[in-house]
Write a protein that binds this ligand. Structure first.
Ligand SMILES: C[S@@+](CC[C@H](N)C(=O)[O-])C[C@H]1O[C@@H](n2cnc3c(N)ncnc32)[C@H](O)[C@@H]1O
Length: 696
């Protein structure tokens, strides 16, 4: 996947403010915000969201900062298992322990999250960032996140993807996907242990800049099964796919996620500025778009498929009212289901069946429903899930799981192709957005007769890798990177790229390397290796653990380990591999393969610092000497210069010649090296401050 964009960076760096919005002409820091709002209390008391006796505890939790939480998300289950052991070990307990005395914060396993992979710390993200005693924990979380082996995600945000019950063959669409923590979870679940899954995930967002946060997420997970699109979800265009006879038909999805834009008052613990901005009117403004997105989501859903609707709002107007309206209009074609079986160990409350209708539109709907004998009780609104902060020390959240039982009443009225016609509500705005949004380079798939392909095929002895699933982002000239998609994604892109605004797809599997001593122009990439490793039958060196650790600890490209630093067996194996890119394998407690570089007299691991640290941790090597303490800059200077661990990915890319289009792409989507860290930083800021896109 291509990475981030300068424009995107600028936009989100601007948001890196520590100040809350103005109030009475004064700017205030977040810490100065008074975590109270009379209107909020009055409104929610009148909506009766909780019994009176629980109100104080609820407010007490709403005012506290949110604890940090994460999921273990390594691609291989063996690596995930080993990481789990680390999280459960004394090593991790020490990272979490405060330096001088004090109680060690709890490391809580989220019992309802499958395979013990979900964790919540009794520490806030701010604590981890700000206190020196947690700098090792911070480094651990940041570096394992960068390599896609853990995903930092709010606890309640893990629930919607889980309830979609995704299988590898599912066609999934995430309609409002950015910044993408749920998309990441969808992709991980789709893959399971499979390098290439038969299904796919379409991740869509209206906001062009936020789409590049999705690019970053997908790149982190190196998935060939994901497509990122940029459309208004309420008029999401249809993808066309061939039916059994080869004729084109509209694609229907097995799973749809509608994590809709909302007031976000469930995120008050994280976004304290909402205390200042909150008014009861916000929810009414969003009710329309929330309904339209849900309606379109249900239209895109296959009969028999499952849709999850979620918000980080407490407001029944954005939650139960939207679900009720859809159930009423669907006339039995859609059913709300009970998913308590999937959430054992999670404390939550049932959906509300009564609320105050705050707009004319809702009042009229309720009157119509009542006169036709349809009630909120009858449609089973209590099957919705409400999460409150005081129950699990989380944010507040709402989730409803719907199943499509039959074609929707209004779908039957549509003639074939009708729902394809664009329904521009505000044509001027659409037009402006297209012009302002970045114009993506084309997705050019290989035909299989390219010289580049033949050279790679013979150099790496590639077997069973379909060249038609490889693509570049330029039509002419030298190709810089080669990406790979799954066959299903290739078909979707081929058939729909003229009509659908596809921002990105594919995992980078090869990169140009103009090293004259290598017989092939393209080197392997670490991010793509897991997906193609099984097809590579040459240039592989099997290493004992000792040699692998030597490589991981010494992967400075300027000072690669001499061949003689390795065991005799390894030295012999090296003789059979001439200069250039290669695969370094180890099959011990668990199996790993990393990209290497065979030099004239040396051998080195061709991976980033974060990847090297990850593998060293898995092998139980003490990595503390590589930990940079950002609080002690002077000490770090000597540590960094001593350290043999450095980021080397840039080295492989330097001095490349590339076609104009790809140069443009690389500037736009700078994927490797330092720029990536900046993008990561921008995203970290965004996901803390804007993850739930509150209206403000
Ligand atoms: C609550 S956030 C989604 C969070 C995301 N699902 C996640 O877990 O990271 C809502 C997103 O909806 C997007 N959005 C707002 N209106 C939209 C629309 N009409 N169509 C598609 N996306 C929309 C916003 O740009 C925002 O990124």
């Amino acid at each position: 996947m291509g990475g981030g964009v300068r424009r995107f960076k600028r936009k989100f760096q601007k948001k890196k403010k520590t100040e809350a919005p103005e109030e009475n002409g004064e700017r205030r820091g977040y810490k100065d915000i008074i975590r109270d709002n009379e209107e909020f209390v009055k409104y929610y008391k009148s909506q009766n969201i909780l019994p009176d006796e629980e109100w104080d505890r609820f407010m007490e939790y709403m005012r506290k900062d949110l604890p940090a939480s994460f999921r273990i998300s390594a691609c291989s289950s063996a690596e995930a298992k080993r990481l789990l052991e680390i999280v459960q070990s004394d090593f991790f307990a020490k990272l979490v322990a405060p330096e001088e005395g004090g109680e060690t914060p709890e490391i809580k396993n989220l019992l309802w999250y499958p395979n013990n992979m979900g964790w919540q710390l009794d520490l806030t993200r701010k604590d981890i960032r700000r206190f020196e005693s947690y700098f090792r924990l911070h480094n651990f979380l940041m570096s394992e996140t960068a390599t896609g082996n853990i995903s930092r995600q709010e606890t309640v945000s893990m629930i919607p993807p889980l309830l979609l019950d995704i299988q590898p063959h599912h066609k999934v669409i995430d309609l409002c996907a950015a910044p993408g923590s749920k998309t990441a979870q969808l992709i991980e679940t789709l893959h399971g242990d499979e390098a290439i899954a038969p299904g796919f995930v379409v991740a869509n967002d209206l906001d062009n800049s936020r789409c590049y946060m999705l690019v970053h997420q997908a790149k982190r997970l190196s998935s060939p099964n994901c497509i990122i699109t940029n459309h208004d979800a309420s008029s999401m265009p249809n993808f066309m796919v061939p039916d059994k006879d080869g004729a084109l038909k509209v694609l229907k999805y097995d799973r749809v996620l509608c994590d809709v834009p909302c007031t976000g008052d469930g995120t008050l613990r994280k976004n304290a500025d909402i205390w200042v901005k909150w008014t009861p009117g916000h929810a009414n403004n969003l009710y329309g778009i929330q309904n339209r997105i849900l309606k379109r989501g249900l239209e895109l859903l296959e009969v028999g498929g499952r849709l999850v609707y979620s918000t980080c709002s407490l407001n029944p107007v954005e939650n139960e009212a939207v679900i009720f309206r859809m159930l009423f209009n669907a006339k039995g074609a859609v059913e709300l289901i009970n998913v308590s079986d999937q959430l054992k160990g999670l404390k939550y409350r049932p959906g509300m069946t009564k609320w105050i209708h705050t707009s004319k539109d809702q009042e009229q709907l309720m009157e119509r429903a009542a006169s036709s004998g349809y009630s909120t009780e009858e449609c089973g609104l209590e099957k919705c899930i409400r999460l409150f902060p005081q129950d699990g020390n989380t944010g507040a959240f709402f989730v409803a799981v719907l199943v499509k039982k039959a074609t929707l009443p209004w779908e039957a009225e549509l003639r074939v192709g009708d729902d394809e016609k664009p329904k521009p509500k505000r044509p001027q705005k659409e037009k402006r957005r297209d012009v302002r949004g970045y114009r993506e380079d084309p997705f050019v798939f290989f035909k299989g007769d390219e010289d580049i392909w033949k050279s790679m095929e013979s150099f790496y002895a590639l077997e069973g890798l379909d060249p038609k699933c490889l693509l570049t982002r330029c039509l002419v000239g030298k190709k810089r990177h080669i990406y790979m998609t799954s066959p299903a994604v290739k078909e979707l892109v081929d058939l729909n790229q003229d009509k659908i605004k596809i921002i990105n797809t594919g995992v980078k599997v090869f990169s140009r390397c103009d090293n004259k001593r290598m017989r092939c122009e393209f080197r392997l990439t670490q991010e793509g290796l897991f997906r193609i490793e099984a097809h590579i039958h040459a240039r592989r060196i099997a290493l004992p653990e000792k040699d692998l650790v030597t490589l991981l600890e010494n992967h400075d490209p300027n000072n690669p380990p001499h061949i003689t630093s390795f065991t005799e067996e390894t030295q012999k194996l090296c003789e059979g591999v001439d200069e250039g890119s290669c695969v370094l394998d180890h099959d011990g407690t668990f199996k790993i393969s990393i990209v290497g570089w065979r030099g004239g007299k040396s051998l080195r691991a061709y991976i980033s610092k974060d990847d090297a640290m990850h593998y060293l941790r898995l092998f139980g090597v003490d990595t503390s000497r590589y930990d940079v303490n950002k609080f002690k800059k002077d000490d770090n200077a000597s540590l960094t210069s001593d350290s043999k661990i450095s980021s080397i990915d840039d080295k492989g890319d330097s001095g490349e010649n590339s076609c104009e289009e790809d140069d443009k792409e690389s500037k736009k989507l700078k994927t490797d090296g330092d720029s990536n860290k900046d993008i990561g930083a921008a995203i970290a800021v965004d996901s803390t401050e804007n993850q739930n896109n509150s209206v403000g």
